[in-house]
Write a protein that binds this ligand. Structure first.
Ligand code: URA
Length: 308
């Protein structure tokens, strides 16, 4: 099931790429030799995977899992039930949930992440709508996220909820995830308490494959990268948020808007300079307006004026 699903993800991504290129008026497509080779071997892989899965009578299919978010799957894992989600048609919501469950399970066992020894053990995956047009990507979970096993549920998450609310969307309408799926350790992690740190480039490099696959499955129309660290991990660019936020970047064909991390806004508010804090909020709002424009969402005059 995993193999067929990842082949389906690959084919969907390829078909979307071809559609985009057609829409751009491209007549030819240049492929890297490794991509050409991968395409060449695809039919054989697909046949093998289908044969293997049709012969496996022992697989337990849990229908409920197909409608669960990965965090819910994580919670149910302690009940002893085997959780193998049944995929629907490629591109359907059911398929997307099943794919995300697969990615969740693989990320949970990420050997490369464990081998670093710098990340804690509890996975924090993603929440939200697997068919979302808007995706928010942060850097790594903090203490509250680790406790709740959900991204952006602490103070930064409450600030993010305000930002999402200002667009007219709800948290359940968007997809929220992090590049790194485990809370970075401080020291050996034993006396860390609630103290957090940003992930480093090695931790992000070990984890990037998971967010890449989440993006392939959700296929959002726009990604909002929250903070310089998330932007660096996702786009492999250096530089400050102020330098990155005035352009629309791209990740695997999806437009990416970079903005300040909600924790940065909270720090600004805490520093007591109300004008500076308001100016930063306004900048974040301008970036979110840009994301809304890319989605062709209706924007009211009132919304345009927020935080002025
Ligand atoms: N900061 C992040 O980048 N992600 C979270 O989930 C929480 C705080």
């Amino acid at each position: 099931m995993g193999e067929t699903n990842s082949i389906a993800v690959g084919l969907t991504a390829l078909s979307q790429l071809l559609k985009r290129e057609k829409a751009r008026g491209s007549k030819t497509l240049l492929l890297k030799p490794e991509t050409e080779e991968a395409l060449h071997t695809l039919p054989m892989k697909l046949m093998k995977a289908v044969t293997a899965s049709s012969g496996s009578a022992g697989e337990i299919v849990n229908e409920k899992a197909a409608t669960m978010t990965p965090s819910e799957v994580e919670r149910s894992a302690g009940t002893g039930s085997s959780v193998v989600a049944q995929g629907g048609d490629a591109g359907s919501e059911k398929w997307a949930r099943a794919e995300l469950n697969e990615i969740f399970k693989e990320a949970k066992n990420c050997e490369e992440c464990r081998a670093l020894g710098t990340l804690r053990d509890q996975i924090v995956f993603a929440v939200g709508n697997p068919m979302a047009d808007m995706m928010f990507v942060g850097e790594a979970p903090g203490a509250e996220e680790e406790k709740e096993r959900k991204p952006f549920v602490g103070p930064a998450g409450r600030k993010l909820d305000q930002i999402i609310g200002a667009t007219g969307l709800k948290r359940d309408d968007v997809y929220i995830s992090n590049i790194v799926k485990f809370r970075p350790k401080k020291g050996d992690g034993r006396f860390q308490g609630t103290s957090n740190r940003k992930p480093d480039t090695t931790e992000m490099a070990a984890s990037i494959r998971y967010i890449r696959r989440e993006i392939e499955v959700v296929r959002p129309k726009v990604i909002v990268a929250l903070g310089g660290t998330a932007a660096e991990g996702l786009l492999e660019v250096g530089g400050s948020v102020s330098g990155l936020r005035n352009q629309v970047h791209e990740f695997d064909g999806v437009p990416v808007v970079v903005t300040y991390h909600p924790s940065f806004l909270l720090r600004q508010e805490g520093e007591g300079d109300a004008n500076k804090a308001m100016a930063m909020k306004r900048r974040v709002w301008e970036d979110v307006l840009k994301a809304m424009e890319l989605l062709e969402m209706p924007i009211s005059e009132k919304q345009r004026g927020y935080f002025l």
